[in-house]
Design a protein. Structure first.
Length: 94
């Protein structure tokens, strides 16, 4: 049974393949069944992700606007509660 078959990384708002396209099997520890693939991120992938996150943090109200953070987190919480949380483009519905 495959639960997720999209082994890409979410970096800077985009789903991208890991550097070199490497992947590994995601195994259910209870059954030892392969349930999907996961991207095998490189140091460079991680560095790009951290750089993008830092840029977003520094260039948005997120870092200093407490009301914005509160509003965003409450909205995310409500959307998760009703099953409408944001998913990357092409991600399967639960």
């Amino acid at each position: 049974m495959t639960l997720w078959n999209d082994a890409r990384l979410l970096i800077n708002g985009e789903l991208i393949e890991a550097d070199g396209g490497r992947q590994f099997e995601n195994i259910n520890p209870a059954t030892e069944e392969v349930i999907g693939l996961a991207p095998d991120a490189s140091f460079e992938d991680a560095d790009r992700a951290v750089t993008a996150a830092r840029r977003c943090f520094d260039n948005s109200g997120w870092s200093h606007d407490h009301a914005l953070r509160s509003r965003c987190l409450r909205q995310l919480s409500e959307e998760r509660r009703v099953g409408k949380a944001w998913r990357p483009r092409g991600a399967p519905q639960p």
